[in-house]
Design a protein around this ligand. Sequence first.
Ligand code: BGP
Length: 477
Amino acid sequence: MSKSTFPENFLWGGAIAANQAEGAYLEGGKGLTTVDLLPTGPKRFEIMLGNLESFTPIEGEFYPSHEAIDFYHRFKEDIALFADMGFKALRVSIAWARIFPNGNDEKPNEAGLKFYDDLFDELLKHGIEPVVTIAHFDVPVHLVKEYGSWRNRELVTFFETYAKTIFKRYKNKVKYWMTFNEINMLLHLPFVGAGLVFKEGENKKQIQYQAAHHQLVASALAVKACHEMIPDAKIGCMLAAGMTYPYTCHPDDVFDAMERDRESFFFIDVQSRGEYPGYAKRFFEDHGLTIEMEQGDEELLKANTVDYIGFSYYASRATSTDPEVLSKQTAGNVFASVENPYLEKSEWGWTIDPKGFRITANQLYDRYQKPLFVVENGLGAVDELSATGEVDDEYRIDYLKKHIAEMGEAIKDGVEIIGYTSWGPIDIVSASSGEMKKRYGYIYVDKDNNGNGTLKRYKKKSYDWYKKVIESNGAEL
Ligand code: BGP
């Protein structure tokens, strides 16, 4: 076997989120959560941007989170497959509304707590390390309705209580935590990232950055509590990463690319360095924004920085200041980007850029000098299940192989990376589109876009491939 560039104990595995996998959306005492109000179809995007019509699911609409892939009832079967593949880690999220159905109930919901106890026990039984995201794109609907979600400072206290509750309960089982999934998503899909719903005429930027401050304070409080309550645990932040290329070497383009990256780095600068960067202060001034801070916030942020930088990487982006180039925007991306003529794209218009992965990892490490954890990466594609139950997803293997190879290069560059959990190791509901046909898994789930199917699981070609990658600690790709 060839020599591995990956460290011993590297955390190979996969990542899923409660709302995209569990289903059982009202079972076990769970309350409604923001994602449960996201139907498929064009309305979905409107709502994700903050234009919600109703706080209850509408009769006749199809809401993919309601059943998802029924991981809630089938997790043992699925974990057995992950264990067979040799997973060292599984990243999951806890649904806040399973623990506190209204988000701020006086007492936690025991059935919800028990569900995650069982889930973590099952993982540990197989020697799989649970990596837990505290908030992955879900806010209890009650908090949105009654408090305006993260625009309201009160959410900080509710979140702190929630975080402390789960630290206390799972302190002997979970040693890797993450506060907010893709915290920068708040700026792009505000309902998804922070449960924000806008009224007409409101200054959205003002509300978004105020909500961001609340999440950053909540994140620091969670870091503080985690360090106090579980001294041997590590707690990180989570960024939707992917570097921005300047379209040309014109200084204006280069500056523009830097600013776009900073829009994302802003969050991590606060979470990792512990203070608002100068460029953010200037941005607030230039845009007439005022961030209300309470006494003690700055000290809290400074004293409670993260242990590692978790990030997702799917694609890179490109930017230009030339109006003509700027008019050629790529379709299907959450982050604005102009077409990059050097790169291929996925069926959903996301660029395929393994080298960009290496650059991004280097950028993050140069900037923060803290261990990195790649907690999402993968290719969303349409898979065909043959009549005999096979899926030939060579294109997925190709994508992952190239990305893992570049991750190895980054490690050789001196970047410290502690693990790699590819996105959706089993097919789950797509966050952006709500579709089932946008699949990432090594395991195929028989379910279509309209919610039909047996939910039966099938191993794809990539299943054995990834198993070998793990077995060889990344030496055999
Ligand atoms: C990230 C999210 C995930 C996820 C993934 C893939 O933004 O953290 O929840 O689903 O992207 O995106 P999609 O499902 O839209 O293809």
